[in-house]
Design a binder for this molecule. Sequence first.
Ligand code: NDP
Ligand code: 8X3
Length: 251
Amino acid sequence: MKKQAIITGATSGIGRATALRLAALGYDIVATGRRADRLETLRREVEQAGAACRTLCFDVRSEEECEKYLDPIEQVDVLVNNAGLAAGLEHIDRGSTADWDAMIDTNVKGLLYVTRIVSRKMVAAGSGHIINIGSIAGTEPYENGAVYCASKHAVHAISQAMRADLLASGVKVSEIRPGMVETEFSLVRFHGDRERADRVYDGVTPLTGDDIAEAIAWIVQLPAHMNVNDMVLMPAQQAGAYYTCKKISKP
Ligand code: NDP
Ligand code: 8X3
């Protein structure tokens, strides 16, 4: 049987690029997300690349749905915990509870629900590789981002602790913590405001989903004795959450 990878949040951005990259590498793909039409388009593209593709349309915030869709999967070689979002960019006194809940329930609790189901299969098999998509926000809290940063700090802590939990089982855990990647991330953060989202990338050549997918492809091909614990990736024009060198030509 071919190796199989589950990628959560594969309808867009980093997750979609990863599904296509791992398919090209010879993995069969299980792609998840909430948008059925996007999953169907991805399925066709993965199959054109010569891999099998199962699509699972569900919300990672629901523990019940995670169990229903993921528990029946027998073999998982790679899990990419990618589904996530930022919602809003506000000072704490103006934050929205709905935004806070969406980020914590998806980025933290959703990742935990998915991980428990898949990791118990990997532990039983004595092998597997879990790659969590964290963020530079997981170590650098910034103004207006308290809850998103808190959720990614949680991902950073969970990644380190689960690496220890799974150490003796033969299951590897890696975390990738990107800086600025141009995807639908900012469009989602600004609740569909396209102009504001586009301004984030003005004057910068950001990373792309393909860049992160390439890193994931490299990590999963490393020899059995070697693991990437934590990988920070940024555009060359970014030095951290607070430092971006924008090149904007003056009129
Ligand atoms: P996108 O918005 O392009 O993709 C996010 C993906 O997550 C979509 O496929 C979306 O699918 C899925 N998703 C969101 N909420 C849920 C949910 N409740 N249940 C299931 N799937 C969900 O953004 P990115 O590709 O940029 O984001 C991917 C990950 O990368 C996130 O964890 C993000 O925090 C992280 N990241 C992004 C950076 C960036 O600058 N872009 C930098 C650092 C980290 P659907 O809507 O169909 O459910
Ligand atoms: C996304 C990158 O800098 O907007 O995690 O937090 S940032």
